[in-house]
Every structure is written in C-alpha cells, then in structure tokens.
Design a protein around this ligand. Structure first.
Ligand code: GLN
Length: 246
C-alpha cells in the first residue's frame, strides 16, 4: 500500500480564492489520519514542473488578472509536464479559474487566454451576470463507492464553459448554474483530470470525493483506504446540500 501522497499546488498564492486552499489541508488530514505521508510542494510563476515528482496536481480559482498571469506561465513552462503527468496516471484537479485553464481557452471580449487543453472545454466571458450561488451536482465516477454521488459547493464565475466533442461533464446539475447556466452540465472529466466550478472549499464538503482522488492518485481502490469516522464530515456535506436546496 502506497505510503506517501505527493501533491503539487500550482500557483498556490495567485490561484486561491474562496478558501480553495482548504482542499489541500483536507487532503493532508485524510492522508495523515491514515498514516499516509503527505508531501506538498508548490509550483509558481517561472518554476518548472516535473511530471514524475507528484501524484496529484491542484490548481484553485482566481481573479481574471491573476489567471491571465498564470495562464501564460502554465502554457509556456508547465503544459508539457502536466500532459506527461496526466498520461502516466497522475490526478489533475482544477477549481473554477483553475478548471478554465485546464481547458483550451478562456475568452474575454477580443482577448483569448490559452489554456493547457487537458480538458476539451472552452470558456467565454459573455455578457450577462456572474453565475453565483450554492450548487449541487450528481456524478458517477468509476470506482466510487455507490453508483451515484452528489457534490455540493459554491460557485461564482463570469465565464461560461462549453464542452467540445470529446468533453465529458463531471456531473449533472441538481441545483445551481454549472458550466454555463443552461446545459445542465457541470465540470469536466477526462481520465484523472477533473475540472469543476465548485468552491466551498470543495473537498471538506465532499470527503468521499477527496478519498476518490487520493485513491486514484495512489493507484489503489477507494475501498483499500482505511475507514475514518466521518460523522462530522457527513453533517457538513448534508448542510452544504441543504444550502443548495437539495
Ligand atoms: N475569473 C474566472 C471567472 O470569473 C474564475 C473565477 C473564480 O475562480 N472564482 O469566470
């Protein structure tokens, strides 16, 4: 059984909004409670990215200004490494702005910000209000315990994301806006690469999903992870669902 989870936070200072960093604290705790060592490193502007050195890459949300800065660096310095990491089975998780950057592009008026293209999605800032509120989605993930699961969180994005021909949504919107407020789709998934608009932070509100990510990154089954007492976490999950009106 793997005894260490090696996590790389991409742009931890710039891409961190609505407590997205809490996702990293949650991963750390759930690993340490099980005796799995947790190694966290950051990769910021100008840093190279070693595809072999990490099991899970994480990028949180950000303001358009910070996102623009990171996008250029991500494409120039980290694109190849991220693709290589994903190809060898590493998990890549992007939240909101991070999700947008995992797609092909984020277009703001006449400006097109290129992403790394790990997910077949494109995002556009169209006229219209920001999509804000509590959100719940139903997902069906390979290897998750139970056939269908629900993720609850909070979204706040101006961008509208649409899937390309190869794109698979992460889930179906139960409440909230999702990718574009219209399609009924939320997020995107391609093997171990996942993008979602759900802040909250996402993982403390949905610990089953954190465990799914940990197991996938370690190359083991969720059922191989030691069971934890999740009574409090379950309450948090339920109140997040209630907040979304589910
Ligand atoms: N800047 C992006 C948007 O508004 C992402 C925002 C975020 O990460 N919350 O669409």
């Amino acid at each position: 059984m793997a005894d260490v989870l090696r996590v790389c936070a991409l742009y931890p200072d710039l891409m961190n909004i609505y407590a997205d960093r809490g996702n990293l604290s949650l991963l750390r705790k759930r690993c340490e409670w099980r005796g799995i060592r947790f190694e966290l490193s950051g990769s910021g502007l100008g840093d190279a990215l070693d595809p072999e050195a990490h099991d899970l890459f994480y990028i949180g949300g950000g303001q358009d200004r910070d996102q623009r800065l990171c996008a250029a660096d991500l494409v120039e310095r980290k694109r190849e490494g991220l693709h290589a990491a994903a190809a060898r089975g590493a998990v890549v998780l992007g939240v909101c702005g991070g999700y947008q950057l995992l797609g092909h592009s984020y277009t703001l008026g006449s400006e097109e910000i290129a992403g790394v293209g790990l997910l077949d999605v494109r995002t556009t800032r169209e006229p219209g209000p920001r999509l804000i509120g509590n959100v719940a989605i139903e997902v069906a993930l390979d290897g998750a315990v139970g056939e269908r699961q629900v993720l609850a969180g909070f979204e706040n994005h101006g961008g509208r994301t649409r899937l390309g021909a190869e794109g698979q949504p992460l889930g179906r919107v139960l409440k909230g806006w999702g990718n574009d407020g219209r399609s009924g789709q939320e997020g995107a998934i391609s093997a171990g690469t996942i993008g979602t608009y759900l802040h909250g932070p996402l993982l403390p509100k949905n610990v089953w999903f954190a465990d799914w990510l940990i197991a996938r990154a370690l190359g083991i089954a969720v059922t191989d992870l030691a069971q934890l007492d999740d009574a409090l976490e379950q309450q948090t999950h339920m109140s997040a669902l209630r907040a979304a009106g589910v």
